[in-house]
Design a binder for this molecule. Structure first.
Ligand code: PLP
Length: 394
């Protein structure tokens, strides 16, 4: 089913103001998501925060099935968290690493995750193994299979990196980890909402996600998926009186659903906003979204390749909605700022977020233009013309 573009744009207030090619930073929300979030904030101000939560209980509870449907999970396998990093941390830091345990990851891994591997390695004596890429620039599945041994405690990768269109073969990785009986954390921060993500096919044990990117939810929202069959025994690194019950002076019991990873206090308006954003993705259909995003991103890559100063830098056998490129002799940050002054939003990905990958390719940084369903071919023409004009001014 194809998407109704004029309706999508009419229902996205930001389309009237900016040419937004920064969905991988933070996408433009729909009016429905915006209204749902604002209405709850207003209700909190009018009747009190606790009273508003009681009144909105149906919507707050509706968050779990909406997200579960989106990724093929069960409702009790979802926890609300404030962003992808915290969701990921809750999974990772809840694991019990011992000296010699090995953490296998990929070259394109996100900096925050890698910093956590380094910290845990320093504290526990666990070891980090970076599995090399194959010729497409995605994780080499043969090398991964070969690297897994009895010391391997965890395989942890990012599905779609921050710095490009690469889509890692998450399902093939899951087949390898499941066959080996090794835990698998998938950072799906940039993939859920962009492409079909079905945890029952991928076979990951944890999956972390943010609200503001391809789901078009409010900032400060996200979720963690924890597979019941393999993670029920894992106690969260943090417990509070939502995650656990103080049952006796010297005893507590932990919740047995994924909400044991949550806090009691949270951004309630954000939960409702993210529920509505997830509902919308379910209604549009992730397959239809993915088809449209690939069409747009492919069209953008084709347009950019007509400019002689530009080198496309996306890796991968499958390329998604994040388009990256280097401009010969240009200061990418200055270029981004010049475009922003014309209400054209793109971003710059640096080694700060993905050191191993960009450093390995000798790229200090790359320009990033990330499309979403509200973008049009006319906008892509306008963006490439503005970029070209900027370059010819040098
Ligand atoms: C692959 C990846 N993981 C994690 C994050 C962090 O997400 P958040 O800012 O929601 O914590 C990002 C942010 O860009 C990312 O690209």
């Amino acid at each position: 089913m194809s998407l109704d573009l004029s309706r999508l744009r009419a229902e996205t207030p930001g389309c009237a103001h900016v040419l937004h090619l920064n969905a991988a930073g933070s996408a433009l929300p729909s009016r429905r998501t915006l209204d749902a979030t604002l209405n709850h904030l207003r209700l909190e101000a009018e009747i009190g925060g606790y009273e508003a939560a009681a009144k909105a209980d149906g919507d707050l509870e509706g968050f779990y099935p909406a997200v579960a449907q989106l990724i093929g999970a069960e409702t009790d396998e979802i926890a609300f968290v404030e962003n992808a990093t915290r969701g990921w941390d809750l999974a990772f830091y809840s694991l019990d690493f011992k000296p010699g345990d090995r953490i296998l990851t990929c070259v394109s891994e996100y900096s925050s995750n890698y910093i956590s591997y380094l910290q845990v390695a320093k504290k526990t004596g666990a070891e980090i193994v970076v599995v090399p890429d194959d010729n497409y620039g995605q994780i080499d599945l043969g090398a991964l299979e070969h690297a897994i041994d009895k010391r391997t405690k965890l395989v942890s990768i990012s599905h779609v990196p921050t710095q490009g269109g690469l889509v890692q073969p998450a399902e093939a990785v899951g087949k390898i980890t499941n066959d080996a009986g090794v835990l698998y954390i998938l950072d799906a921060c940039q993939s859920v909402g962009q492409l079909p993500v079905d945890v029952s096919k991928i076979g990951c044990d944890f999956l972390s996600m943010t609200g503001r990117k391809y789901l078009r939810g409010p900032r400060g929202t996200g979720f963690l998926y924890a597979k019941r069959a393999t993670t029920a025994h894992i106690e969260p690194i943090f417990l509070d009186n939502h995650a656990a019950k103080w049952t006796d002076d010297n005893a507590y019991t932990t919740r047995d659903d994924a909400r044991r990873f949550e806090n009691w206090e949270r951004y309630f308006a954000g939960v409702i906003g993210l529920k509505v954003a997830a509902d919308q993705a379910n209604e549009l259909g992730v397959e239809a979204i993915w088809a449209r995003l690939r069409e747009l991103a492919g069209g953008l890559r084709a347009r950019l390749s007509t400019l002689k100063e530009i080198t496309l830098t996306d890796l991968g056998k499958v390329k998604g909605a994040i388009v990256t490129f280097a401009v010969a002799g240009a200061d990418h940050v200055a270029l981004r700022d010049a475009l922003r002054a014309q209400a054209i939003n793109v971003s710059v990905s640096t080694q700060f977020s993905s050191r191993l990958d960009l450093k390995g390719r000798d790229l200090p940084n790359v320009m990033r233009a990330s499309v979403h369903v509200y973008n049009t071919e006319a906008e892509l023409d306008r963006f490439v013309a503005a970029l070209d004009a900027q370059l010819s001014r040098r």
